[in-house]
Design a protein around this ligand. Structure first.
Ligand SMILES: [Zn+2]
Length: 402
């Protein structure tokens, strides 16, 4: 009996082996060689090669999936873009009426519109958001770079900030233009260094006026490397080649961050919020060490949930250590279709909340068919309530003087 069943079993294996051989033959056929009779249908349909842009694997993991529809505590999103200043003045991405229902559903009490502009543009921003819906929107001013190479720019900028503060602006936003775009004569000449001393009066004024500086210097480390098969953000850079800062006369990633650290050290009374988790979410040991060194250095989580969530254990330790200086931010842009990881809406907030609040494993960091910043998934940090309260709300409220 035992022998017969063993024989049956072996003959079964024989069938399986034949099928496997046929499947291999099927694969050969896909490469252009005729298949022998009986080749497996499914195998013959598999393409020999797959273009990576068409690859959209679905995870087969059976793991808990927690939907966090509302943040556990009220949220201040310290990094959003509701408008942009251009040559023709301000252009706005949304009206408060379209933002408020999402904010209410998600428990987002307040949004900081980082790119509020300067001068008249700043007034338009304040009018459109802060004054129309008090308590729900905060606007940051931006520097006016025109005439930077003329004497007295720093002093004029400091005075301008005083006026902005009076009008209602609560902070200053500096884009990565500083260090990577702004040149001695505007668009020509040498790049202005991040720690150029002509900027000092502006940083000092921010300290005196209690306006935190939300600043983005450099970009992901991979943007400073060649766009090749070793670059973990190849697809993203391939989609946006103009995001690359490799070559030309661009400074290295390290030079930019070091220059930023020098201004933080030089202006201890000014509170700096280094966007995108200290400008360097790929290197949390370094961010943590810099936060140890500078008491006036704060960081936000904007557009870096994909980085924090792929190193959840170390990230959690950084949140524990620096829980008073980490601020919740998303970099949300209403209708920002180019960058799925930044599209303002329910999906975006739910991903951030899930990552910070739960211990869920292996989920998408952006509402997109393919992870837009690199092909990986994220894990929840499972932060305790005390830290969540601070990161979601209290740290920002303190810095903004609310
Ligand atoms: Zn931003």
């Amino acid at each position: 009996m035992a022998i017969i069943s063993r024989r049956t079993c072996l003959s079964g294996l024989g069938v399986a082996a034949a099928a496997l051989g046929a499947a291999r033959a099927g694969r050969v056929r896909a490469a252009g060689v005729p298949a022998p009779e009986g080749a497996l249908q499914a195998a013959s349909q598999a393409p020999a090669r797959l273009d990576i842009t068409e690859f959209q694997p679905r995870s087969m993991l059976h793991v808990p999936a927690t939907r966090v529809e509302r943040a556990r505590f009220p949220v201040i999103d310290v990094h959003t873009h509701l408008g942009f200043s251009g040559r023709e003045g301000m252009s706005f991405a949304a009206r408060p009426e379209t933002l408020l229902p999402v904010m209410d559903r998600k428990n987002v009490r307040m949004m900081v519109n980082a790119t509020g502009g300067s001068g008249r543009g700043l007034d338009e921003s304040l009018e459109r958001f802060d004054r129309r819906v008090p308590g729900r929107f905060v606007t940051f001013a931006e520097p006016r770079w025109e005439g930077f190479n003329q004497p007295g720019w720093g002093q004029r900028q400091a005075e301008e900030l005083g006026r902005a503060r009076e009008a209602g602006a609560r902070g200053l936003k500096v884009l990565k233009t500083l260090g990577l775009g702004l040149r001695e004569n505007g668009t020509t000449g040498a790049l202005i260094k991040v720690d150029d001393p002509r900027l000092d009066p502006m940083w000092d004024a921010c300290g005196a006026l209690r306006m935190p500086v939300l600043i983005h210097v450099a970009d992901p480390e991979a943007f400073f490397l060649p766009i090749d098969r070793f670059n973990e953000r190849f697809e993203e850079l391939n989609n946006h080649p103009d995001w690359s800062f490799h070559g030309a006369d661009f400074p290295s990633f390290r030079e930019l961050v070091d220059a930023f650290d020098r201004i933080v050290a030089r202006h201890p009374k000014t509170q700096f919020i280094a966007a995108h988790f200290g400008l360097n979410a790929e290197n949390l040991p370094s961010v943590s060490e810099r936060m140890d060194r500078y008491a006036n250095l704060h960081v936000d989580t904007a557009a870096r949930i994909g980085e924090l969530g792929r190193q959840p254990r170390f990230a959690r330790r950084v949140f524990e250590r620096h829980q008073d200086r980490i601020l919740f931010g998303t970099d949300a842009v209403p209708d920002g279709h180019d960058t799925p990881q930044q599209v303002f809406g329910d999906d975006l907030y739910e991903i951030y909340f899930r990552c910070l609040e739960t211990e869920d494993e292996y989920f998408d960091y952006a509402p997109a068919p393919v992870p837009p910043q690199g092909r990986w998934a994220i894990y929840g940090l499972g932060l305790p309530e005390g830290i969540l309260r601070k990161v979601y709300h209290d740290n920002a409220a303190r810095l903004l003087g609310l």
